[in-house]
Design a protein around this ligand. Structure first.
Ligand code: G3H
Length: 256
């Protein structure tokens, strides 16, 4: 049996686009992907949750493209005004959820412990978590930044069985590179991705670690995607700003 991490390019639209704008963007992306993208790549779109039901019908003829949500609550249901749950996402027939994006950690106080619960409820509902991790600029410049990010995995994922860990996708996003135009160099990305894969291997074995997709995020654009994706431990990207432009996003997908 050979092991190989799946190639994935994901677009996180964050809190952007009106419904009309979202419909145009999804239509353009689907058409460009159908016309121009060949080969084995999974394309994931994470629009605002309000739109996922509507947008889902737009991707049904593009098997390469799936829609997911940017966040879920760690409980299945209850008095949590404004939140959405994993069973709700499952009931829409969606398959993927971002968990632990640095903006959720920073602005909404999400902790490694809480994210472990989110991972659990996602898996319990058959959803694939895209687990986000990454260090701040201060950590990178003054501390053990690799140890910090490894610890994010340890505290939020290492309670999982090997069978469940296999269902996780990891997205490494250095906070200092998000939305700043400051991309990690290909070498910086590779260094961290290799360290994270090694960390997974130490706990779960090399074969399983080789099978886990580790995406890079942080100012990925049409101009730098190919170099980043060419790194041996970079299995694709989690794209923010450039995923809001269909042409740029398609070029990134083609660079995988
Ligand atoms: O989820 C996506 C990341 O936060 C990257 O955002 P960015 O591509 O705008 O830097």
């Amino acid at each position: 049996m050979s092991y190989m991490a799946k190639k994935i390019v994901a677009g996180n639209w964050k809190m952007n686009k009106t419904l009309d704008e979202a419909l145009i963007l999804v239509s353009e992306v689907v058409n460009m992907v159908k016309d121009e993208v060949t080969g084995d790549v999974q394309v994931l779109l994470f629009p605002p949750a309000l739109y996922v039901s509507t947008l889902k019908s737009y991707v049904k003829d593009a098997p390469m493209v799936s829609i997911g949500v940017q966040n879920i609550h760690q409980k299945a249901s209850g008095a949590f005004t404004g939140e959405i749950s994993a069973p709700m996402v499952k009931s829409l027939g969606l398959s993927h959820v971002l968990i632990g994006h640095s903006e959720r950690r920073e602005y909404f106080g999400e902790t490694n412990e809480q994210l472990a619960e989110k991972v659990d409820i996602a898996l319990a509902n058959g959803l694939t978590p895209i687990f986000c991790c990454g260090e701040s600029r201060d950590l990178r410049e003054n501390h053990d930044y690799i140890g910090f990010v490894k610890n994010q995995l340890t505290e939020s994922l290492f309670h999982l069985t090997a069978e469940d860990l296999r269902k996780i996708v990891i997205a490494y996003e250095p906070i200092w590179a998000i939305g700043t135009g400051l991309t990690a160099s290909a070498e910086q990305a590779q260094e961290m991705h290799a360290a994270l894969r090694g960390h997974l291997a130490d706990k779960y074995g090399k074969e399983l670690a080789a099978d886990i997709s580790i995406l890079y995020g942080g100012s990925v654009g049409a101009g730098n995607a190919a170099e980043l994706f060419a790194q041996p431990d970079v299995d694709g990207g989690l794209v923010g700003g450039a995923s809001l432009k269909s042409r740029d996003f398609t070029e990134i997908i083609k660079a995988r």
